[in-house]
Write a protein that binds this ligand. Structure first.
Ligand code: BDR
Ligand code: CA
Length: 317
């Protein structure tokens, strides 16, 4: 039997890979894709979601645009590891359809109230702005969510936008704090595990060799990321000698967990999100005084995870 899910996302190269993986998995019934500002401005992430679904031949899945910026603060400039278009310059045709003419938070509220309670899970691949907005403005609907699996945070690991903070949480820390404290069961997929599911060029070559046009697209997206990684190091004046360029499967790990949690080890941890605007802003800290108990993924079988993703993506047309 399949599980009803809604994917909240900001595509994004690894978001694209996550969408490919979700669409390759009949176990997931994707009710809709809600978009949020993050890797790009909202118009960019929404346009990319539409283009990706079109490429996947899944134009029946609705796309609904959500929040254009963080709940209570200004957005910050994003370093363009995903390329200026968020998809590394991939040539993807735009479909004729557009996003639905309703705000994602409204749509989420209606969809959740329409369906039996505890039957819809949210897979969150970007900043948690839409979901925090839902918790605040439609609490009765939000309570019906069976669980949220969210990529974000760095718990016993360094961050990726600062030494302390990971991008999705750093972009909207107040939103993360609201979602973690909402009482909805949250599973956090932090850098602690996503940095251990690393696709290297050999894996990417196997993807290209074994798959069809969707695997070819995925291969191109990963190559674009690896090129940007090297270009960034060169721009910083750092050496690329011996640099093992690898693609971290951040957002695909959310889908992987939804499909089979046994790839991961998890701990229930009291988490606090730092929202003070200082050096540790956006950090996800273990704090015994916090009332936000979150299931945090802290270990992963990276090799098996990569083999599974490869098998799924190469099975796509
Ligand atoms: C997260 O930040 C984004 O750039 C990626 O898409 C992923 O969701 C990783 O920190
Ligand atoms: Ca993302």
């Amino acid at each position: 039997m399949s599980e009803a899910v809604i994917i909240d996302t900001d595509p994004g190269l690894d978001d694209a890979l996550a969408l490919f993986l979700a669409c390759a998995s009949p176990k997931l019934e994707i009710l809709g894709i809600t978009t949020v500002a993050g890797n790009l401005a909202l118009s960019g992430t929404t346009g990319n979601a539409l283009k990706l679904l079109h490429y996947l031949d899944r134009n029946e899945i609705p796309v609904i645009a959500g929040c254009a910026g963080p709940l209570r603060r200004e957005s910050f400039e994003v370093a363009d590891i995903h390329g200026k278009d968020g998809l590394g310059g991939a040539e993807l045709p735009s479909p004729e359809r557009q996003a639905l003419d309703i705000h994602a938070v409204e749509w989420l509220g209606e969809e959740l109230l329409r369906r039996p309670t505890n039957t819809v899970r949210i897979l969150a691949l970007g900043p948690l702005t839409n979901l925090a907005h839902l918790v605040e403005s439609r609490p009765a609907a939000a309570k019906r969510i069976s669980g949220i699996v969210a990529m974000g945070g760095a718990v016993r690991e360094a961050g990726n936008v600062t030494e302390f903070a990971e991008f999705n949480i750093a972009t909207d820390p107040e939103a993360a704090a609201i979602v973690f404290g909402s009482g909805i069961p949250v599973t956090l997929v932090p850098l602690d595990v996503t940095r251990k599911v690393l696709a290297d060029r050999e894996w990417n070559a196997a993807l290209l060799a074994g798959g069809g046009r969707i695997a070819r697209m995925a291969n191109g997206l990963i190559e674009a990321y690896l090129r940007n990684l090297v270009a960034r190091r060169v721009a910083k004046g750092a050496s690329t000698h011996g640099l093992a360029a690898k693609f971290p499967m951040h957002d695909p790990c959310v889908i992987l967990h939804a499909l089979d949690p046994s790839f991961f080890r998890a701990e229930d941890l009291p988490l606090r999100v730092v929202t003070d605007g200082f050096e540790r802003d956006g950090a996800t800290v273990i704090d015994p005084h916090s009332k936000s108990l979150v299931e945090v993924l802290t270990g992963v079988d990276g090799d098996h995870a990569l083999a599974f993703i490869l098998e799924r993506l190469t099975a796509l047309p």
